[in-house]
Design a protein around this ligand. Structure first.
Ligand SMILES: [Zn+2]
Ligand SMILES: [Zn+2]
Length: 372
């Protein structure tokens, strides 16, 4: 009797876990509600079975296993740091006035994600109040920004532990410290085949370091503008375009390179610190910018993520990269409200640490872990 019950419990736990696999945005709201309902139902049934059979003491805590994060078991990389038990973020009770909460933040999907070398994996590396996105596909690597100088070692170690020695692309979205501050360390540690830099005329010390890194590594320079607009570049089996238009701006953030990345049926939009003006200029080109995942502009500031832009991207998921209790109050309540209005599932590095999205070209899986 006890053995049969145990087998049944394990089957149900497996089924519950499978149900948490999230595919694309088709009926995402319904699916999420359905998944939550099913999970609750299963937990209730499991609790009942455990109570009745009295085997609760000899089984692992099934509830906890549903909200812990699994180590990625890619054949091309190792996992960095300890896989801490990142619990589900605060849920609910957000009235929209508290910038540092967010009821649209849902628990991270926690399946044991297997990474196939040919597939796409996007790492939103937690670099505090800054941006750093590492992308791998088919053994080729791309880095979009790298954060401040202080977190440079963390980024370098993260990349090395993922087997990186050469970056096919290193993108500096715009010359602010929280985006290209660790540029010296990147060029010092990795070959950079192609350096993609913004046309922003402002020359910060980091921009100068970017230029000398390009010279030292003899990197091919790509400066997106109207000429490069339609140029499609490849990363393994993925392709990407820089959507930045050929225009002059007063605000350095406005010059941010915006990237649309496609891997089979999945699409991602990365925005740097692009402001609403940039977003509108991109929309005006008529480009189809619809995507599954949006890296929210400018750390969730109200200066980005205009309603029209967010609706045009129409993502199922949004990732906000910002620091815990940051001085800017990011993400701003306006941005959180815009994302909530569109029923977008929001993941935040300030709450979850490094967020990794794995795509097999159709399905997306998210994991998160605190990496020191
Ligand atoms: Zn900026
Ligand atoms: Zn920034």
């Amino acid at each position: 009797m006890s053995l049969i019950s145990e087998k049944k419990v394990r089957f149900m736990a497996k089924k519950s876990s499978k149900k948490k696999s999230v595919s694309k945005k088709i009926n995402k709201k319904l699916r999420y509600a359905g998944t939550s309902l099913l999970s609750l139902l299963l937990i209730a049934v499991v609790s009942f079975v455990l109570d009745v059979t009295g085997i609760a003491d000899i089984l692992p805590d099934l509830n906890d296993s549903n909200i812990e994060n699994d180590v990625n078991t890619g054949n091309n990389s190792s996992t960095q740091g300890s896989n801490t038990d990142v619990k589900a973020p605060d849920s609910g009770k957000d009235t929209g006035t508290n910038n540092n909460s967010g009821s649209s933040t849902k628990p991270v999907i926690t399946d044991n994600v297997e990474y196939n070398y040919e597939d796409l994996r996007v790492h939103f590396i937690d670099v505090d109040q800054a941006d750093c996105i590492f992308i791998e596909c088919g053994g080729e690597y791309m880095l979009i920004d790298g954060g401040n100088p202080e977190t440079g070692d963390k980024v370098v170690n993260y990349l090395i532990s993922n087997g990186v020695s050469t970056l096919k692309y290193y993108v500096g979205t715009h010359p602010h410290a929280d985006h290209i501050g660790c540029v010296k360390k990147i060029f010092a540690n990795f070959e950079v085949e192609n350096a993609i830099k913004s046309k922003c005329p402002t020359k910060s010390q980091y921009e100068k370091a970017f230029l000398s890194g390009i010279e030292n590594r003899n990197s091919h320079v790509i400066t997106p503008g109207m000429d490069e607009y339609s140029k499609e570049m490849t990363l393994g089996n993925a392709t990407f375009k820089c959507l930045t238009v050929d225009k002059e701006y007063d605000d350095v953030n406005a010059w941010s390179i915006v990237i649309l990345l496609t891997y089979k049926e999945n699409k991602f939009v990365f925005t740097g610190d692009a402001i609403k003006l940039t977003e509108n200029d991109i929309l005006a080109t008529g480009v189809d910018i619809e995507a599954d995942v949006l890296k929210v502009g400018h750390h969730g500031s109200y200066t980005s993520s205009g309603k029209k832009f967010v609706q045009a991207v129409n993502p199922a998921y949004a990732v906000i990269m910002c620091g815990e209790n940051n001085d800017y109050g990011h993400p701003h309540a306006e941005t959180v409200a815009t994302l909530e209005d569109e029923d977008i599932i929001v993941y935040r590095t300030d709450k979850m640490g490094t967020i990794v999205c794995t795509s097999d070209g159709k399905n997306l899986h998210f994991t998160a872990e605190k990496v020191k």
